[in-house]
Design a protein around this ligand. Sequence first.
Ligand SMILES: Nc1ncnc2c1ncn2[C@@H]1O[C@H](COP(=O)(O)OP(=O)(O)O)[C@@H](O)[C@H]1O
Ligand SMILES: O=P(O)(O)OC[C@H](O)CO
Length: 503
Amino acid sequence: MEKKYVIALDQGTTSSRAIVFNKDGRTIGMAQKEFTQIYPEAGWVEHDPFEIWSSQSSVLTEVIAKTGIKNEEIAAMGITNQRETTVVWDKNTGEPVYNAIVWQCRRTAEICDELKTRDGLEAYVKSNTGLVVDAYFSGTKIKWILDNVPGAREKADNGDLLFGTVDTWIIWKLTNGRVHVTDPTNASRTMLYNIKELKWDERMMEELGVPASMLPEVKNSSEVYGEANLGGVAGSGGYRIPISGIAGDQQAALFGQACFAPGEAKNTYGTGCFLLMNTGEKAVESKNGLLTTIAIGMNGKVEYALEGSVFVGGASIQWLRDELKLINDAADTEYFANKVEDSNGVYVVPAFVGLGSPYWDMYARGTIVGLTRGANRNHIIRATLESIAYQSRDLLDAMKDDSGIELNALRVDGGAVKNNFLMQFQSDILGADVLRPEITETTALGAAYLAGLAVGFWKDKSEIAESWKINRKFNPAIEEDHKEKLYGGWRKAVERSLKWETE
Ligand SMILES: Nc1ncnc2c1ncn2[C@@H]1O[C@H](COP(=O)(O)OP(=O)(O)O)[C@@H](O)[C@H]1O
Ligand SMILES: O=P(O)(O)OC[C@H](O)CO
């Protein structure tokens, strides 16, 4: 039967999605399921690995049923995932020894402080893993599990425990425990992978006490790793499709946006905001608090990216909805923000889990400043949306300085780009065009492309680049002076939020 579709599994921070794409890169159908966020202590975030798996496998089944496509028509499956989130499980029983520790979780801040006192380690981390020493990355999360879960260290030393980022866990489950792999984009987020030598880093394994036996094999982002059994008629043994693409969600979005050439960049507005610029074969070291990360690994080679990571983007809108109860739905923010002319001097800094790029302050906390007697709920809603754009401006400024490239246009994607107010304000505050593509599910699309390329469903990257189509372009519409005055206020507001937890 003719192969007509590729399926992408997009395991995000707040929901699991399965999306079917056709040869033109168009969405044929999608199923999505939110899952539980576990906050055991202030600043801690966990997920249940079984819930990650059950939500992901159920949306896979659902999307196939819903679209009515036949298993035989599916060419391949690609996986993309929330990055850094750490799962450790017993390879004999398949039982995780602890909940997944989520990328946003700050519990290892003190471990990081101690690592920073070790001789030359901070500089070593930067130049060999491309990262900064921060609780964000997987390395200290694995260490925490081995140090704190009774019996875990002993089991790890006996070779009984496996570590995986979420891609690894999902593929291990999809293949019934047969395949333990990851790709360079995910490996480059662990603080254990040497992004220059392209192997697990001996010194980092030693410093963090992580045995090599726990670590997955690092394969290309596009190749066949194994097969997923999709089930089928009873007794038939089921239908198997190749799993042939893996990329961390931000790198997958860069690929899905067809940012293949050095200097091309995208910003994704999901739970957090992640601005990545392709730097090609060159690993550019940042002077401005950006990360050097692997953009993609294909045919045994890698390309690099500069990345700015903002921990709380769209999540601040969920906070308005779930905690402050100022809105019923994320989409309402556009209506309320447009009811006022400006934020009336109010700034919200959503440093709920510290601040990532370019500040890297694990102890920053959220703040609202500039309140006067006239400040109302619309101003707070508007200021929260604006904070997403200001944080992205911080990233773009750092990116321009590090790369020497003047970014006049930015491709955007992710759940929050539906918000026209946010997109226009983003363009205003950047002084750059914001380009919203027709398909904003570019993370899933990137994973589908990687999977499809491995099995010959798509020929090459130029075929993919031709599919990118614009939906709307936002142009800057405010005066330079006004723009810089607004942004100056933001920088002052950020000052107020820094080092809060330690003071
Ligand atoms: N219309 C909107 N305006 C602003 N934010 C929105 C809107 N729609 C969704 N969001 C935000 O986008 C995020 C969801 O985007 P998504 O790309 O699905 O995230 P993730 O992959 O991180 O789970 C949520 O944090 C939500 O608050
Ligand atoms: O799940 P998302 O889309 O918020 O992405 C999370 C990032 O991968 C964290 O680094």
